[in-house]
Design a protein around this ligand. Sequence first.
Ligand code: ADP
Ligand code: MG
Length: 450
Amino acid sequence: MTTEELWQAVLAQIQLNISPIHFTTWFKNTGISEKKDNQIIVFTPNSFVKEWIEQKHNKTILKILHTLDETIKDVKYIIKQKEEVPIKKEKFIINLNINQPELPVFKLNKETNLNPKYTFENFIVSSFNELPHAAAQAVIKNPGFVYNPLFIYGGVGLGKTHLLQAIGNEIFNNFSDKKVKYVPSEKFTSEVINAIRNKEMENLKIKYQQTDVLIIDDIQFLAGKEKTQEEFFHVFNTLYDKNKQIIISSDRAPNIIPSLTERLRSRLEGGMIADISLPDTETLIAILKIKSKEKMVEFSDEILYYIASNIKKNIRELEGVLNYLIAYQKLNKIIIDIELLKNLLKKIVVSIPKTTSFKKIVQVVTQFYDIKEKEVLLNCRRKEIVFPRQIIMYLLRNELKYSYLNIGKKFKNMDHTTVIYSCKKISNELEKNEKLKNDIDLIKQQIYNI
Ligand code: ADP
Ligand code: MG
């Protein structure tokens, strides 16, 4: 196995735990430059990235490398300029698998922002996603006129992005006159924020209002962002009135996305709502087969059955495990049998702890409630500030296991009894308040970049 393949195996694992945007930000143009005795030298494009990876990901990287090759005991990071980086950028962003060089390399389509690797040919349809798939087919035949909007929801890693992008690709290929645009809702939000700052809102609106098919992924992240919702609402109405197709995904149904303005919610509920549920084991095996075929590797049915029956809730995780096993086989030049598989699964499923930080929690919560970080950290008593502050305290206590005393220190030396009161208050409220539970779920997703 080459060092490049070894690094791809590490990336495949890391990718499971951080958001695609963060992943690209930090791991673009990184790689292994050499293996020296028991040490792996990892190159990074600049000191900023180097320090970030060292601080945030070193433990995980070492752990993964060590499970792949027990002789590896240490990782060192260096800076190497872009020109010297042997990995092609496009390949890096899309093909994180340990692919053979002859496999196709996909490039994002600049016009649509779609990734052509997501198609219906490599999308398995079974009872768990039959309804959204059928609705998608109807939309493809007649965009804008059948189900508008088409709203697809389902849990993490169950194929929403794949389905949305496959619809976009199909329409793009079949209707040369139609402008298709795919945008993750986080990107839409940051575009709105920038446009407001630079007074370019009109241009942004025009850009979106000119599309024939607008695809917005993970709309739950618009929760609480009123300004972005408002702009989206306008774009939505313009497109809708012109019979332009709108396709949306979310991790939950529109009626339980918290802090969504009523008028946007009712717009989202006005078309077809179709959910993706959990696939059964046979379907998971079919997916594993299609994915291993793409990577030109074959596993026995016994192996595939074992993987599928142990990782049931998330197809992305299933794929991550598959990539890991392919890397392991190559590196150690062996065929994995069922005993080895059992051991490996135990190791990798626990190998990556989820991480977050004080800074991240404050940032996500203040953004979520649309308030200023400064106000929440100072002694501001306004009600709209006090409540988010209590949530931050609750998360510091429950997610980061901070002591009450330490939490107090972060908030201008607040008395620890006040901190205890705040944490208890949120815990109690959570037991009876479904909306708050939803809010906190969403916040947790964001603090962990799921
Ligand atoms: P989500 O957007 O719901 O979090 P993704 O669309 O990113 O999930 O899917 C995660 C991974 O699982 C992707 O690599 C995707 O190709 C694969 N996948 C999901 N559903 C299917 C399916 N029905 N057939 C084949 N692959 C699938
Ligand atoms: Mg997705």
